[in-house]
Design a protein around this ligand. Structure first.
Ligand code: DAH
Length: 336
């Protein structure tokens, strides 16, 4: 075979491999054997020395031309493949600017928070102020000042969490100590509600939790009567539920009120009507007023305390209290 024929076969083989490359990566794999230092075409250059001197320039020119054609074919193919790849990406990675963006994940308020806010809204509209007290209380504020004597069952170790610290103290068992704190700082006339967390050593079951919430109410002024208490609570429960609810006041006992009542609301369920206990209430006991330096001969007041969980359960038709504390996002999202 003549040099020219051999050269032609080698060039064709290189061109064929370049032509067969299906993508840029495949073409790059062909590069060393088509264009590299040890390619077959370069091999010819190294053999030039064996030729008679007068044939070398012509042979060198022919080899270089073949090399140049392979290089040109390679570059052209590379450009074609790159264009094709770009076109494919433009096609598949197209951005649809008309597509709506994904909705940001937004939180939602807890049903107890929603209920507390609604209770606050209703009482604020009746001229009440929202007061707060600490969750760690003194035994004095939680019990003594509220006329709960040392031998009262509520002071039993089983109900109260006592703090094991040098300063002592307890976790408040109800929101009523906020009455004391507020009256020590403010002179009547006064009207507050005090929503908050309370604690009791309690067996945990479907209806009991060692941590729960109450809303306390207190109004002190001249000539406050039981009628004010009744109308206020009826007005409140109507605003929270509906105008056609039925409310019952049942005589009861609390050390810090005299007389005392339990507030029941009629609940119509599939199984018939039942009276549900909504909270306790009464006329502030004269001893409580005296304990905070208010003269019971001049002032009288009413107070009440409702369980926030109960208010929320009736508001949303919940059958159990436990899910309120489990923080299952799927459950909580329903209250948006
Ligand atoms: N503190 C009472 C409790 O935890 C509830 C209560 C009853 C509050 C009567 C009051 C009230 O203010 O007047 O069971």
């Amino acid at each position: 075979m003549s040099l020219n024929e051999e050269l032609k076969t080698t060039e064709d083989a290189a061109l064929a491999k370049i032509g067969a490359a299906g993508d840029v990566a495949a073409l790059e794999r062909v590069r060393p054997e088509a264009l590299g230092k040890s390619s077959a075409l370069r091999g010819f250059l190294r053999q030039l020395g064996k030729l008679p001197a007068e044939e070398r320039p012509e042979a060198g020119r022919v080899i270089n031309e073949a090399q140049a054609r392979v290089e040109a074919a390679f570059e052209e193919k590379l450009a074609t493949l790159r264009d094709a790849e770009l076109a494919r990406r433009l096609d598949t990675e197209r951005v649809d600017v008309t597509m709506p963006p994904p909705r940001p994940i937004t939180g939602s308020l807890h049903p107890l928070t929603l209920t507390r806010r609604e209770v606050e809204r209703i009482f604020i509209s009746m001229g009440y102020e929202v007061a707060e007290g600490p969750e760690i209380e003194t035994e004095y504020n939680n019990f003594d000042a509220l006329n709960i004597k040392a031998d009262h069952p509520a002071r039993d170790m089983h109900d109260t969490f006592y703090l094991d610290t040098p300063a002592g103290g307890i976790l408040r068992t109800h929101t009523s100590p906020v009455q004391i704190r507020y009256m020590l700082k403010h002179k009547p006339p006064l009207a507050i509600i005090a929503p908050g967390r309370v604690f009791r050593v309690d067996d945990v079951d479907a209806t009991h939790s060692p941590v729960f919430h109450q809303v306390e109410g207190l109004l002190v002024d001249k000539k406050v009567s039981m009628a004010h208490l009744k109308s206020t609570l009826i007005e409140f429960l109507r605003a929270l539920y509906s105008d056609d609810i039925e409310i019952r006041f049942r005589p009861s006992y609390f050390p810090f009120t005299e007389p005392s009542a339990e507030i029941d609301m009629k609940w119509r369920s599939g199984k018939g009507d039942t009276w549900l206990e909504m909270g306790g209430a009464g006329m502030v006991h004269p001893n409580v007023l005296r304990n905070v330096g208010i003269d019971p001969a001049e002032y009288s007041g009413f107070a009440f305390g409702c369980g926030l969980e109960r208010l929320a359960m009736l508001r949303y038709g919940l059958s159990a209290m436990r899910p309120l504390y489990e923080n299952d996002i799927r459950y909580l999202r329903q209250f948006r």
